[in-house]
Design a protein around this ligand. Structure first.
Ligand code: PNW
Length: 491
């Protein structure tokens, strides 16, 4: 972070969308108001509090259900062009299925969206950010081949209710975290830990569900509403630890398992699951006595239906890992996705650490990840739909490490734009502190601090909020900019 003169010269285009991101369960609260149905995070946090670092839950969270006008005021303070948020499926369809639409749930999102639109903030809505209606989980959730149909029906309700104002739709947030962490491991609800097939079954049904929603939008809604529909995949940079051929191959297989499972069927020319990984899983499955591969295949018809079914590639990017064929291996359960991959991973000690164990400031990681995707998938339209930095609550509002992170990240974004990547926007995670899933309220990602002990869940801008505001309004990164006040204003 040193090329001050060069940076000052470089500008973000006027139509580049600067925003922030959040998700429903992490901020809304109102978990049982009106006729809202129970979701898998409500269930897990209520029945298994020991799984959560501080035994907390999202019953109230930042209480956006009652504070949404303050949230939009913060968007105006920052001067955001766009805001990415998610819809809670069981708030809109208490039953999970589309037989009954909640008037109260629809009214809440109408109010919230109208407040954004009133101030010219482009709403970007995610249909699914991890809060599956519990009833659908009881029926198998993403492991059920009926899942794509349930999701399509929910998506159609959302497009019909909100699509006159919402022109940017994201079907799923982070398939890897849904499928691997929720079904193949125990780090996200519903903590199934079905290591052999959980991730792969979920991946197939998730990708099919995405395609169904995409086609429904494209065929029925897009002609009159004129928006776009895509998917957000977590893509950290995963490069080889050394120049050896073995490490190059190990990194490729690891990328296929981390995000290729979800990106390849949609964005590759050929479609279907990643080829090398498919072969490895098929071979190991046979050796392990499974009658068919643990990774399900796409029929020819499904492959064609899914391929190309996205108007943009949403990327959640945070950090980088270095992959090794022989070193840093852990004892994965056998069989499991990462036993299938059979590679180790590490980070470099000189990369500054955040409080989340998986998060460090890795140099140029956005540039490396996006250039890789840009070349691999023939220059699709990208949005960075999340990027952010965590700290402990005690660190308060003087968040210089976060400022270093955002400046470096946005510099990398400018490098992508210079290199011809069709990157249309950048959403910082997050507008404000929120429920960090299994870590509860112990890790804070907000540009605004939230005082969770206060009755009103008071929001206070951190130093990084002033820096981000300055970047947005000037369309440049000034590495020497020092905010001289901690009192916020609306331009
Ligand atoms: C995202 N990683 O998850 C989620 O979309 C957010 O809901 C979450 O609050 C945020 O990032 C911060 O954790 C991620 O291992 C989880 O690199 C793990 C990783 C990245 C993103």
């Amino acid at each position: 972070f040193c090329s001050a003169l060069v940076q000052r010269d470089r500008r973000f285009p006027d139509d580049f969308l600067f925003g922030t991101a959040t998700s429903a369960y992490q901020i809304e609260g109102g978990w049982n108001v009106d006729d809202k149905g129970e979701n898998i995070w409500d269930r897990m946090m209520h029945t298994n509090p020991d799984a959560i670092t501080d035994r907390s839950n999202g019953d109230v969270a930042a209480d956006t259900y009652n504070n949404y006008k303050r949230d939009v005021e913060m968007m105006r303070e920052l001067g955001l062009d766009a805001y990415r948020f998610s819809l809670s499926w069981s708030r809109i369809l208490p039953n999970g299925l589309a037989n009954k639409v909640s008037d109260a749930g629809v009214a809440f999102y109408n109010n919230y969206i109208n407040e954004m639109v009133k101030y010219n903030i482009t709403p970007m809505a995610t249909l699914y950010h991890w809060d599956l209606p519990q009833k659908l989980q009881d029926l198998g959730g993403f492991a059920s081949p009926l899942f794509p149909e349930w999701f399509e029906n929910y998506a159609k309700v959302a497009f019909a209710q909100f699509g006159d104002r919402v022109k940017h739709w994201i079907t799923f947030n982070e398939p890897r975290e849904i499928c691997y962490e929720g079904y193949g491991h125990f780090t996200k609800a519903p903590i199934l830990n079905v290591t052999d097939v959980g991730t792969y079954y979920c991946a197939k049904h998730l990708v099919m569900a995405h395609a169904k929603a995409y086609h429904a939008y494209n065929d029925i809604f897009k002609p009159t509403q004129g928006g776009v529909c895509g998917i957000t995949i977590s893509v950290n940079w995963l490069g080889p630890l050394t120049d050896s051929e073995e490490d190059f191959f190990a990194a490729e297989i690891r990328r296929q398992a981390e995000w290729g499972l979800y990106a390849e069927p949609i964005f590759s020319e050929k479609g279907g699951f990643p080829q090398e990984l498919s072969k490895i899983v098929a071979r190991k499955s046979a050796e392990q006595g499974y009658p068919t591969s643990r990774m399900p295949a796409f029929t020819e018809e499904e492959r064609k239906y899914v391929r190309g079914a996205s108007d943009f590639f949403g990327v959640n990017h945070y950090t980088a890992f270095l992959i090794s064929a022989n070193e840093y291996k852990v004892n994965w359960p056998v069989p499991s996705v990462f036993a299938d991959v059979d590679a180790g991973l590490t980070m470099l000690p000189e990369w500054e650490k955040a409080v989340s164990v998986w998060l460090r400031r890795a140099p140029h990681s956005i540039y490396k990840a996006l250039m890789h995707l840009h070349k691999k998938y023939n220059g699709p339209i990208f949005y960075i739909t999340e990027n952010g930095w965590s700290q402990i609550p005690e660190d308060g509002c003087e968040d210089d490490a976060r400022i270093r992170y955002y400046r470096a990240a946005l510099n990398s974004v400018l490098d992508c734009l210079d290199a011809g990547v069709d990157l249309r926007g950048y959403m910082a995670w997050s507008l404000m502190d929120n429920l960090e899933w299994m870590e509860g309220y112990t890790e804070r990602f907000g540009l605004y601090e939230v005082d969770f002990a206060s009755p009103k869940k008071t929001r206070t801008p951190r130093k990084s909020a002033f820096v981000y505001k300055h970047i947005i309004s000037t369309r440049t990164i000034d590495p020497d900019y020092e905010p001289h006040t901690r009192t916020m204003w609306i331009d």
